[in-house]
Design a protein around this ligand. Structure first.
Ligand code: FAD
Length: 385
């Protein structure tokens, strides 16, 4: 695809550009054809999972020493971005595999890393992240799920809410209170397996968008797990959960970029074909200005996201600010761009015969999860560069 100006626009490095080409052609051939159906039927995008696993793209972030591709943060962003460009639900496969497993990669023992990252890298298992609860969303430290030590085990009881890929994933990083007196410093992280006795799942939530990505409650009813499934030291779970989000907010920014790019690409072509007043609507300056603004916002979001990815790769001191800024800016941009793309298709944009209304619905979640955009602003204000 050398010489394609779409790709020239994104140029990063030869390796990253090559990866983008591979993911884009896979996404267009094997994921895009099912995106509307997955949304319409609210079903898991199995075709996407199969295609990503076949190409070793389902969890590229896993380090080589644990059997993974060892891709850097920017490469992971590119994979998510290109999958989200055609199907946001499917992009949650690589995104949440990183979110769920990063606590293990950042803070887990070597034993835990070997045991849980290997199957993820091979495509034998997916990983979910269990922080939120029915009464603990933005104030995640207010969680109630308890883990009580009993000999060589911990026993978990509680409910996690809004868990992406719950039921499909084999492994779950679960944050639970080990010392209720200490609030965030009394929270520990554990790996729980789907097959552990006492683990069960609620019905899939009926959502506005990302309908192909299952979101369910996860119930822990006297789930007894070996004490060595604790990730890091007791009382460090909340810190690990927040460190994880510093990195993975960059992947939500990537998802927002991808959705917005898909909408812009579609609208750009549409205005060349659709004629009103005897000429293509793309000839009207009012339409051209909208497209210019959409492209400008998208490119600004991309630059911020890629800068944040570089900081994630190096774990720079200002990553917390940049991760929150990239997620917040890119998701707000995606909401505006997809809304404008619907506008450019007029009445057609408002129907399910075209993909724009799906993209607009899908964009909305990027302003909400991994911390709402109000929460991102709190995080940024506390960590100003
Ligand atoms: C589809 C989906 C998938 C998700 N996946 C996961 C997952 O895999 N794992 C997981 O752990 N969680 C997941 N979440 C949970 C998500 O991160 C939370 O929904 C989010 O953090 C907000 O929490 P809440 O829904 O309880 O809203 P609330 O915290 O109740 O917030 C409601 C409103 O109040 C605002 N607000 C709250 N506090 C403040 C404040 N201090 N200042 C200003 N405004 C404030 C919020 O911004 C928001 O607008 C998912 C959610 C959804 C919808």
């Amino acid at each position: 695809m050398a010489g394609n100006k779409d790709f020239d626009l994104y140029k990063v490095s030869e390796e990253h550009d090559e990866l983008r080409k591979v993911v884009r052609s896979l996404a267009e051939a094997k994921i895009a054809p099912f995106a509307a159906e997955v949304d319409e039927e609210g079903r898991f995008p199995q075709e996407a999972l199969d295609a990503l696993v076949a190409a070793d793209l389902q969890a590229v972030h896993v380090p080589e020493e644990f059997g993974g591709a060892g891709a850097d943060a920017l490469a992971t962003v590119i994979v998510i971005e290109e999958v989200a460009r055609v199907c946001a639900s499917s992009s949650l496969i690589p995104a949440v595999n990183k979110l769920g497993s990063l606590p293990v990669a950042l803070s887990g023992s070597d034993e835990l890393k070997k045991r849980y990252l290997g199957p993820l890298a091979k495509g034998d298992a997916m990983f979910s992240y269990c922080l939120s609860e029915p009464d603990a969303g933005s104030d995640a430290a207010g969680m109630k799920t308890r883990a009580v030590r009993d000999g060589d085990s911990y026993v978990l009881n509680g409910v996690k809410r809004w868990i992406t890929n719950a039921g499909v994933s084999e492994y779950y990083t679960v944050m639970a209170v080990t010392d209720p007196e200490k609030r965030s410093k009394g929270i520990s992280a554990f790996v729980v397996e789907k097959s552990d006795e006492g683990v069960s799942f609620g019905a899939p939530e009926k959502k506005l968008g990302i309908k192909g990505s299952p979101t369910r409650e996860v119930y822990f009813d006297n789930v007894r797990i070996p004490a060595d499934r604790m990730i890091g030291e007791e009382g460090t779970g909340f810190a690990t959960a927040m460190k994880t989000l510093d990195h993975t907010r960059v992947t939500i920014a990537a998802q927002a970029l991808g959705i917005a790019q898909g909408a812009l690409d579609y609208a750009k072509e549409y205005v060349k074909e659709r004629k009103q007043f005897g000429k293509p609507i793309g000839d009207f300056q009012g339409v051209q200005f909208m497209l210019a603004d959409m492209a400008m916002k998208l490119e600004a979001a991309r630059q911020l996201t890629y800068a944040a990815a570089a900081k994630s790769e190096r774990t720079d001191g200002d990553l917390t600010f940049f991760g929150a800024a990239a997620k917040c800016y890119a998701s707000d941009a995606a909401m505006e761009i997809t809304t404008d793309a619907v506008q450019l298709l007029g009445g057609y944009g408002y129907t399910r015969d075209y993909p724009l209304e799906r993209m607009m619905r899908d964009a909305k979640i990027t302003q909400i999860y991994e911390g709402t955009n109000q929460v991102q602003r709190i995080v940024m204000a506390r960590n100003l560069p």
